[in-house]
Design a protein around this ligand. Sequence first.
Ligand SMILES: CC(C)(COP(=O)(O)OP(=O)(O)OC[C@H]1O[C@@H](n2cnc3c(N)ncnc32)[C@H](O)[C@@H]1OP(=O)(O)O)[C@@H](O)C(=O)NCCC(=O)NCCS
Length: 400
Amino acid sequence: MDDDRDVRLLRPDEMRAAADLFRGALHHPPVSDVEWDTNPVGDCEGRTYGAFENGEMVGTTWSFATRTAVPGGATLPAAAVTRVGVRADRTRRGHLTAMMRTQLADAAAHGGVLAQLTASESVIYGRYGYGVATRGEHVRIRPRTGVRAAAPERGEIRMLPRDGARDVLVPLYERLAPARPGTMARNADWWTRSRAWAVNDGGVLETAVHTGPAGDDGYVVWTVDRGDDWVLRVSDLHAATPAAAAGLWRFLLGVDLVDRIVAYKRPLDESVDLLLTDAREVRVDGRVDELWVRLLDVPAALAARTWGDGPAVVLRVHDHLIPANDATFRIGPDGPKLVEGDPAPDLECDVDALAMAYLGDRRPSELVAAGWWRAHEPSAPARADALFATGVVPWCGTGF
Ligand SMILES: CC(C)(COP(=O)(O)OP(=O)(O)OC[C@H]1O[C@@H](n2cnc3c(N)ncnc32)[C@H](O)[C@@H]1OP(=O)(O)O)[C@@H](O)C(=O)NCCC(=O)NCCS
């Protein structure tokens, strides 16, 4: 069958049908009027695509503009890709591939140095150059014995009024977030959507701010499900320092009438177990991919982050979708330099595997050991480890 196929930008009046299509692909009901009214999508207008067969929409992919922190503290323009779906009766016909190609070009045309997403399945996006750039842990706690006597005291905690929380959180998040590579800017539509999700699900959002010696330095947002077990679900927790994070967890562990605390995709170095008298009250249910990053402009991305010390390495990057990225770089403590000609590289990797080391989540030597990178010189993996090292666990902490 020779179908007439097309990928094109959607008009604002087509966005709701696209939202329903996406929800259908994830086995959710269509968007209700309340959800549509409380979930603004203006930030995605002009950059949302549909895939069409014979004039009928069968797939969609959305994005909005953000900025993402990279090692050293710079933030880069990025496309936050979201709501990707193809109708179940039209999958495996290349619609996603066609949309991804168009969207990558569009994201670069909007000035994006990175594109990023969170994935429903881990096998989908590597072929388009996305790699797992940050990971998180699902943490489940049954608080019983409490916090160790020697655990740091917390600072002041104050709960915010439900209808005024956002005014405090927006500037606080902006101040806290760039501390970790991988954190991203949140626009006004994002804040409205994220708070509407919880409320539309029937939850009550509570917020507490932690104040340390230098002022407000962290916050937590949560809901409590009152089923057979009463479960406190942490939906957002950002802190400027480990001490502020510990203070917020100390507070959560002391909230009354809670059987369990559940928090998804927490940073790998949060270590709540170290605070507890009985460390086994914390169970890590899974360590999962969090942010997938696609380097749209490899030279700009490499130049924007800071680098560790030590002798330089020559790295050949392969990118079958964006030819300007398919190049060789000499990377030293001062950053990357494009190497002309076809020099023998010390290391080679595809652009998805470069993303796995870019924010500092994986060491080049572990990527070589697992076959994601290839080494042509025995000392190269260790040299690359020293250069890519950041000393900070990267993490995004924003669902989108
Ligand atoms: C994931 C999804 C968007 C893929 O769309 P699609 O149009 O079927 O993808 P394509 O036909 O372009 O497939 C491209 C390639 O990826 C593979 N692929 C795509 N989705 C896959 C999946 N879920 N599992 C395994 N392989 C997958 C295809 O087999 C194909 O491989 P090939 O290039 O070697 O032939 C679609 O299956 C879907 O909507 N799934 C449910 C919703 C969802 O998970 N959305 C993603 C949210 S992050």
